[in-house]
Write a protein of this length. Structure first.
Length: 370
């Protein structure tokens, strides 16, 4: 059953909310404009006010961007979004730090880093690369399960002294399932017992044929500790990105994906989003998952306030009505009323879904107990 707030119904009928409250009172219902009424009551009210009933469905209310395709001419190249995966202790965190250390902007700015879930580096050649800094397969699969494919390129880290391990194989499988191209970073090549050739050979068993073995998967020997091979790794990321012709239209209302969200004691609900297309601006009104909001402030990964963020840029957004979920889409809309309408609709849908699902999960619980 679909529910609607009195105010929304009033808006849709172009009537005053107070008049609807009055009519409801006469029908024996004490409600305020912010309360929801069920569909039958709503339909009764609509006829009462002499309007025609039009049953609404998701396509009438919710945002549909599938038909909103950008023209070829509007597309401009955007930085690649890179994720680092690999077995525990093979050097994911070390490589993330080492890559961050190559940022020429960070060098100039004095190097204050903020962990917002992703960062951007500017390479010596002036190109940008966005790096998701939550390593781990759980985050990757969770995002994918929610339909969010933000990663363009996976960097598979394999320690040259340890070789292919269970989580290496898991990462290979996730990457293949996502259809994302991979670059193999053979790490810890500074170590005496490093055997990068053995890594390449063992990768064949998982149908990963690297360039050194005449395949087309790029590989590079690195050391997160000494910095060896980092420039080469960056070049390979940029080359891969070029092959993929990554593009987005920056000149339109923004659409972004939540990569991290939390309730901050001082700032309230905050979310780090990665802009997919368009440019997110301070003051923009948006819907994100079941929440709505207005961009009050945005911070980049260097802790600087920014006024706008274009495609592939990660920013921490302040001004949300609640905490969204990782993988949720943020969409900029034209008015606060529209934002509230969509978020209210989605909240109702979510509640209805939860209610509908409850008996099934109870059944499962009882059968599990039996
Ligand atoms: P993660 O679990 O994949 O994030 O791995 P970490 O980055 O935490 O690294 C695990 C350990 O390996 C740490 O003690 C690092 O100092 C060490 N390590 C990482 N990269 C290198 C490297 O290139 N060379 C050497 N010798 N040690 C490394
Ligand atoms: Mg780590």
């Amino acid at each position: 059953p679909e529910a609607i707030t009195v105010q929304e119904l009033a808006n849709r009928m172009a009537e005053k909310g107070a008049d609807l409250v009055k009519a409801l009172f006469n029908m024996g219902m004490m409600v305020t404009v912010n309360q929801t009424i069920d569909q039958d009551t709503a339909e009764l009210l609509v006829t009462e006010f002499g309007h025609n009933i039009e049953r609404v469905s998701a396509s009438d209310i919710d945002i549909d961007t599938s038909t909103d395709v950008d023209t070829e001419e509007s597309l401009k190249s955007r930085p690649p979004v890179v994720a680092i995966m690999g077995h525990v202790d093979h050097g994911k965190t070390s490589l993330l730090d080492a890559l961050r250390g190559t940022d020429v902007v960070r060098g100039e700015a004095g190097g204050i880093t903020q962990h917002i879930g992703a960062y951007q580096i500017k390479t010596k050649s002036g190109d940008q690369i966005t790096v998701l800094d939550t390593p781990g397969h759980a985050a990757f699969t969770q995002m994918r399960m929610r339909g969010a494919n933000v990663t363009d390129i996976v960097i598979l880290v394999v320690a040259a002294d340890d070789g292919i391990m269970p989580q290496t194989i898991e990462a290979i499988n996730h990457t293949k399932a996502a259809g994302v191209p991979m670059i193999v970073a053979i790490n810890k090549c500074d170590k005496e017992d490093a055997n990068p050739q053995k890594v390449r050979e063992r990768l064949l068993e998982h149908e990963i044929i690297v360039e050194e073995m005449s395949g087309d998967v790029q590989d590079v020997e690195v050391s997160a500790k000494t910095g060896k091979g980092l420039d080469e790794l960056i070049d390979k990321i940029l080359l891969q990105a070029e092959l993929m012709e990554l593009k987005a239209n920056p000149d339109r209302p923004a659409e972004a994906t939540v990569i991290e969200a939390k309730l901050d004691k001082g700032k309230g609900p905050v979310a780090t989003v990665l802009v997919n297309r368009g440019t997110l601006k301070r003051g923009d009104i948006f819907v994100v998952g079941t929440e709505s909001g207005r961009v009050r402030a945005m911070n980049d990964d260097k802790g600087r306030q920014v006024k706008e963020a274009g495609p592939s840029t990660p920013v921490e957004v302040l001004g949300l009505g609640g905490v969204p979920m990782a993988g949720d889409t943020l969409t900029v809309v034209e008015s606060e009323q529209r934002a509230r309408e969509v978020s209210a609709w989605r909240q109702e849908q979510a509640t209805a879904k939860r209610t509908a699902m409850a008996p099934a999960s109870l059944d499962t619980m009882f059968s599990a107990l039996a």
